[in-house]
Design a protein around this ligand. Structure first.
Ligand code: ZN
Length: 246
């Protein structure tokens, strides 16, 4: 089975469309690792597009959770809080109820693979470096855990007691053969608000038969997404950061 892996869409429909065009014909089903909404100006459009894809597996992100009112926005920055309050006003009670019903990770998709938003033991954990990965591996028994939340494409591999950071340098596509003797924590990166210095939309494709995973980047209409953010009256830094990917 070939699976499209999407994370941190953040209401960026321009980036979402570019990813779907780039991935066309390369997948049979979809995984979403959360943060469908927040920051961007197209929450309704992204939810509708995701409904069309109908992900077979999905977990909620912290922005989905706060938008749905499950937890408050106290831990959010003022910019993130302003965006989530604006987003709430854009969504119907029925849509907010659907966000509230999204499952918390981790969710097992097969015998080898689990998905979560931040880390297996904590959906809010920022898994940024090898030390973070070592902590996360301690609570992960699956061979592969797909996660999001940091908005950076990363690959951490555990072999024996050693953790290797195999995060790729800036490139458009990287095919990884998953080694049967290792465990992996892999972040496909963010579709809608990359923060790893590469402003292109990020996603991944997993082939569960060949045990390969491909990380991909795709350019999209950044000025269009910025224009929508400004027209919506959302905080200016949310528009600016799309151009720099930080
Ligand atoms: Zn996010």
């Amino acid at each position: 089975m070939r699976i499209l892996i999407l994370s941190d869409l953040h209401a960026n429909i321009e980036a979402f469309h570019a990813v779907l065009t780039d991935a066309e014909g390369a997948y049979d089903t979809t995984i979403c690792l959360g943060d469908i909404v927040g920051y961007g100006a197209s929450p309704r459009e992204c939810i509708e597009q995701l409904d069309i894809l109908a992900p077979q597996w999905i977990v909620r992100g912290n922005h989905d959770r706060v938008c749905a009112g499950i937890t408050d926005s106290r831990t959010f920055s003022p910019v993130a809080r302003a965006a989530i309050e604006w987003t709430r006003g854009q969504l119907s009670p029925a849509t907010l109820a659907r966000l509230a019903a999204l499952p918390t990770g981790p969710v097992a998709i097969d015998a080898h693979t689990t998905i979560c938003h931040g880390a297996p033991s904590d959906e809010d954990f920022y898994l940024l470096d090898s030390a973070d990965a070592r902590l996360a591996f301690a609570s992960q028994s699956a061979a592969l855990c797909l996660h999001g939340h940091t908005h950076a494409q990363t690959i951490f591999r555990l072999q024996g007691f050693a953790v290797y950071d195999e995060t790729p340098a800036r490139r458009t596509r990287l095919l990884v053969s998953l080694d049967a003797g290792s465990r992996y924590l892999i972040n496909p990166g963010s579709v809608g608000q990359p923060r790893d210095g590469d402003p292109r939309a990020a996603y991944a494709l997993l082939d569960t038969d060949s045990r390969t995973l491909e990380l991909r980047r795709v350019p999209y209409d950044i000025p269009g997404a910025q224009q929508r953010i400004r027209a919506a009256g959302l905080p200016e830094p949310l528009a600016r950061r799309l151009a720099t990917g930080d």
